[in-house]
Design a protein around this ligand. Structure first.
Ligand code: GLC
Length: 528
C-alpha cells in the first residue's frame, strides 16, 4: 500500500531531480522533550521553519533503536524508533505533518552493518562457528599461531583493525566500529531483511532513503589483504586497491533496492558512495540502481577556482551517460563544515555565502546540512566532550566528527539557544552564538539565512534555472562562470581581487557589489 499522494506535494514522479534536500542530524537539530538530545518531536516543532526556508525534502539521520556506539549508525532494530528520539506514532505524525506543509521525507537506511545489539548478532555470538547464525555476518578464523592475528590486514575506518575476536577464537569483520559488525549480502536472508525494512517504511509513506555506505555491502571472495596507503586519513578514499569498498557485487544489492522502490512510484534513494573515479561512480547510477549519488567532489574541493571547477566538471562527467542528475553537497555530519574548511571566521562565512550561490545555481539535486543556512562553523570541543568513536579507536590521534555535529542555535543569547529547554546539551554549545541563531538571522536581511531564503525562492520559482545542462563561460583568471539553459548566469570570484561584473540583470549577490565590479570571495547570479 502506498498512501495517496498529498495534494501539497508536486505529483511529479521524479521530484528529486532538482530538489533541495535538508539533512537533519537528528541529535543536533531540535530537542522536543528537554533531555538535551534532538528528537522527532523537535523536528515536528521546526517544520514551519523548514517549509518557510524553502527546501523541498528532508533527510533524517538514523532514529532507530541503537546503543549509540556510532550515534545511531549502529542499528539494533531497523523497523522501530529509538525511545530517545520518540516512537512510531511520533514518526507517523511527523510524516503527515511534513507532507501537509509540502516537505517530502527521506530517511537513512544502514544496510552494510548492524549493531552488535541486533538480535542477529547476539544469536551469532551464542551460536557455534559454521552455524547459519554466523553466516549472516563475516566470521573467520584468524591467522598466525593459534589464529591470534586478524584474518586479513583491513583497517577499520574508525582506527585499529577491522576485526574483533570472540571468546571461541573466531574473528568477525567490522569496517567501522567493533559495535558495527558487517552483514553478509551473499546471504539471501540478509537481502530479504533489507527489503522488509524498506517496505516497512515505504508502507508508512516515506518518500525515499539515503543509503549509508552504499559502496560497501560486498566483500571480495576469500577476503584477501588490501593495499594499504601511507598517509591516507581514516575517512579518505583509499582508491582501487581498497577491497573494503566498491566491489562489483555491490551492484547486485543496488538492483534489489531499486526493485523495491519501483513498486512505490515517486520514491527514491540517494547513495553515500565514496568513490572518486567518475566511471566507477557512474555504475551506481545505471537505470536499475540508485536515482542519486552524493557528489563529494565539492565537499572535498579547496576554495580555489581550479579545484571548484574540476569538482563541477567531474561531477557532471560522472552523471553524463546515466539517467541521474548531479547531486551537490558542501557539508555533512562526517566532515568539517565548509565555513571552517574555507578559513573560518568572517572569511569562512564570506566564502560560504558565495559557495551557497554556487551550489544552488548548479543543475541537479542539492543537499544542505542543518546549520549550513546559518553559516555554522565547526566548534573546538574540549577532549572530555568528544563522543565520536574515532577519538577512542584512533588512540586519541584523530578527534573525530563531533565538531561538525554541535546542536543548532535557534534563538536567545545563551546556550542552548532554544535548541533544548535545558542549557547542557549532548555536545556542549559555545558562548557567543547569539548572532548565529535562526531567529536572530531571520530578522536580519543581510544574514546568510536571508541569502539562502532568497536563493531558494529564486531557484524554485524562476524559469532561469530550467534545464540540466551547464555551459562554461569565459571568465577572468581565478573565477568560474557558467550559464544554465534557462538563462541564469553564475559568476564566482575566487581571484583575490575585484573583477568586472558581466552584462545582465543582477538577481542576487553573496556580498555587496562594488561599482560595476564583483569583489573577491563573492558570487553573483544574473539574468543574461
Ligand atoms: C556513514 C555515515 C557515518 C557513519 C558510517 C558508518 O559514513 O555517514 O556517520 O559513521 O557510515 O555507518
Amino acid at each position: 500500500m502506498h498512501p495517496d499522494p498529498n495534494p501539497v506535494l508536486s505529483p511529479s514522479a521524479d521530484w528529486w531531480r532538482s530538489a533541495v534536500f535538508y539533512q537533519i542530524y537528528i541529535r543536533s537539530f531540535a530537542d522536543g522533550n528537554g533531555d538535551g538530545v534532538g528528537d522527532l518531536a523537535g523536528i515536528r516543532s521546526r517544520l514551519p521553519y523548514l517549509a518557510d526556508l524553502g527546501v523541498d525534502a528532508l533527510w533524517i539521520t538514523p532514529f532507530y533503536p541503537s546503543p549509540m556506539a556510532d550515534h545511531g549508525y549502529d542499528v539494533a532494530d531497523p523497523r522501530d524508533v529509538e525511545p530517545v528520539f520518540g516512537d512510531l506514532a511520533q514518526f507517523d505524525t511527523l510524516l503527515t505533518e511534513a507532507h501537509a506543509v509540502g516537505l517530502r521525507v527521506t530517511i537513512d537506511l544502514v544496510p552494510n552493518h548492524s549493531s552488535h545489539d541486533h538480535e542477529w548478532f547476539q544469536a551469532a555470538l551464542a551460536a557455534a562457528p559454521g552455524s547459519p547464525e554466523r553466516a549472516r555476518y563475516f566470521f573467520r578464523d584468524g591467522r598466525g599461531p593459534d589464529g591470534a592475528e586478524p584474518p586479513n590486514n583491513w583497517p577499520s575506518i574508525f582506527g585499529g583493525p577491522a576485526w574483533s575476536r570472540v571468546p571461541d577464537g573466531e574473528w568477525y569483520l567490522h569496517i567501522f566500529a567493533s559495535e558495527q559488525p558487517d552483514l553478509n549480502f551473499t546471504n539471501p536472508e540478509v537481502v530479504a531483511d533489507l527489503e522488509a525494512t524498506m517496505r516497512f517504511w515505504l508502507d508508512r509513506g516515506v518518500d525515499g532513503f539515503r543509503i549509508d555506505v552504499a559502496h560497501g555491502m560486498a566483500k571480495p571472495d576469500g577476503l584477501p589483504d588490501m593495499v594499504l596507503l601511507e598517509g591516507v586519513g581514516l575517512l579518505d578514499d583509499h582508491g582501487a586497491g581498497d577491497l573494503r569498498f566498491d566491489q562489483d557485487d555491490v551492484h547486485v544489492v543496488h538492483r534489489r533496492i531499486r526493485a523495491v522502490l519501483d513498486a512505490y512510484p515517486g520514491t527514491m534513494a540517494v547513495g553515500e558512495v565514496w568513490v572518486s573515479d567518475d566511471a566507477r561512480l557512474a555504475q551506481y547510477l545505471r537505470p536499475d540502481e540508485l536515482q542519486l549519488a552524493f557528489n563529494f567532489k565539492l565537499l572535498t574541493a579547496e576554495w580555489a577556482a581550479g579545484d571548484l571547477r574540476d569538482a563541477v566538471t567531474h561531477s557532471l562527467a560522472a552523471v553524463a551517460g546515466t539517467p541521474a542528475p548531479a547531486c551537490w553537497v558542501l557539508s555533512n555530519h562526517d566532515r568539517p563544515r565548509h565555513v571552517t574548511r574555507y578559513g573560518g571566521g568572517e572569511l569562512g562565512l564570506r566564502r560560504a555565502r558565495a559557495a551557497a550561490l554556487l551550489q544552488l545555481a548548479l543543475p541537479g539535486a542539492v543537499y544542505l546540512y542543518n546549520g549550513d543556512e546559518l553559516g555554522m562553523p565547526d566548534v573546538d570541543l574540549p577532549d572530555e566532550a568528544l563522543q565520536d568513536p574515532i577519538w577512542e579507536r584512533s588512540g586519541h590521534a584523530e578527534r573525530g566528527r563531533d565538531a561538525c555535529r554541535v546542536p543548532m542555535p535557534w534563538s536567545g543569547t545563551e546556550p542552548s539557544y532554544g535548541f533544548s529547554s535545558r542549557a547542557d546539551t549532548w555536545l556542549p554549545m559555545p558562548e557567543g552564538w547569539a548572532a548565529l541563531t535562526a531567529a536572530g538571522q531571520a530578522a536580519d536581511a543581510t544574514s546568510i539565512q536571508s541569502l539562502y531564503r532568497a536563493a531558494l525562492a529564486l531557484r524554485t520559482t524562476s524559469p532561469l534555472f530550467g534545464g540540466e545542462a551547464l555551459d562554461w563561460l569565459p571568465a577572468p583568471d581565478g573565477c568560474l562562470a557558467f550559464r544554465r539553459p534557462g538563462g541564469l548566469v553564475c559568476l564566482v570570484n575566487v581571484s583575490g581581487a575585484p573583477v568586472p561584473l558581466p552584462e545582465g540583470q543582477v538577481l542576487l549577490a553573496s556580498a555587496d557589489l562594488g561599482d560595476g565590479t564583483l569583489p573577491d570571495d563573492t558570487a553573483v547570479w544574473l539574468a543574461a
